[in-house]
Design a protein around this ligand. Structure first.
Ligand SMILES: C[S@@+](CC[C@H](N)C(=O)[O-])C[C@H]1O[C@@H](n2cnc3c(N)ncnc32)[C@H](O)[C@@H]1O
Length: 209
């Protein structure tokens, strides 16, 4: 199982505010791109990928909207408006949640009232977490190859991560991972990484002991 966690610091957790930002140049459309690139391939979807979007602009708690490829098939469509509506629907269902509560709709999309920090801490306690960053270890470096298959990959949307975020993540064992020298869009990072994982699965490297 692969999970992408995307921190969307400026994205409203309120569903109406979220939808009102569409087309306003504020970047919520990137989230639809990220979902599409994470879960869909030509004529199919990835059963073993989950994408978790953390929408942080909230009056109370951030909301984590998680969409798993394993429960797909019930989304109406995958064009931008349909995906943004699916996110907004999840946020609406999650608007009554108390801290750490989760609700899952009949399409298998879940929403949890939880902070980005708490989510990453939980994942780091359970397994391998990488923060995607051009300054990290190269994704093709031999030392990291064996850790990629079951990992969680953390990114931001277009809003940069606060400078000191990585300090606490590093204490939890989170490592930086680079996909190359250029600064890419988040959805592009997702596609490149999934391609690396596909290639590794089909052609596992002979690693030195
Ligand atoms: C669009 S970028 C962030 C751009 C933002 N303006 C900034 O300066 O941080 C979104 C995410 O993709 C990651 N990313 C972009 N290019 C990358 C690369 N070459 N390797 C690893 N991660 C990358 C970033 O680290 C970030 O988490």
């Amino acid at each position: 199982m692969t999970e992408f966690i995307v921190r969307a610091r400026a994205a409203p957790a309120d569903p109406d505010r979220f939808l009102s930002q569409v087309g306003q140049g504020l970047g919520v459309e990137y989230l639809a791109d990220i979902v599409r690139h994470s879960l869909f391939v030509s004529q199919g979807h990835r059963e073993d990928v989950t994408v978790s979007l953390v929408l942080e602009k909230s009056q109370d708690f951030s909301r984590v909207v998680s969409i798993s490829g394993a429960s797909l098939g019930s989304l109406d469509d995958i064009h931008e408006a349909a995906l943004l509506k699916a996110i907004a629907d999840a946020l609406r269902a999650g608007s009554v949640l108390k801290k750490h509560e989760t609700r899952t709709d009949d399409r298998g999309i879940s929403v949890t009232a939880k902070s980005f920090e708490q989510l990453v801490r939980e994942r780091a306690e359970a397994g391998t977490v990488f923060l995607l960053d051009p300054d990290g270890d190269d994704v093709r470096k031999e030392e990291v190859l064996s850790e990629l298959a079951e990992a969680v990959f953390v990114m931001t949307d277009h809003t940069p991560m606060p400078k000191n975020t990585y300090k606490s993540m590093r204490r939890q064992g989170v490592k930086k991972l680079s996909l190359g020298p250029g600064m890419l869009h988040t959805a592009q990072c997702v596609s490149i990484l999934l391609n690396e994982l596909d290639r590794l699965r089909n052609n596992p490297p002979l690693l030195n002991d």
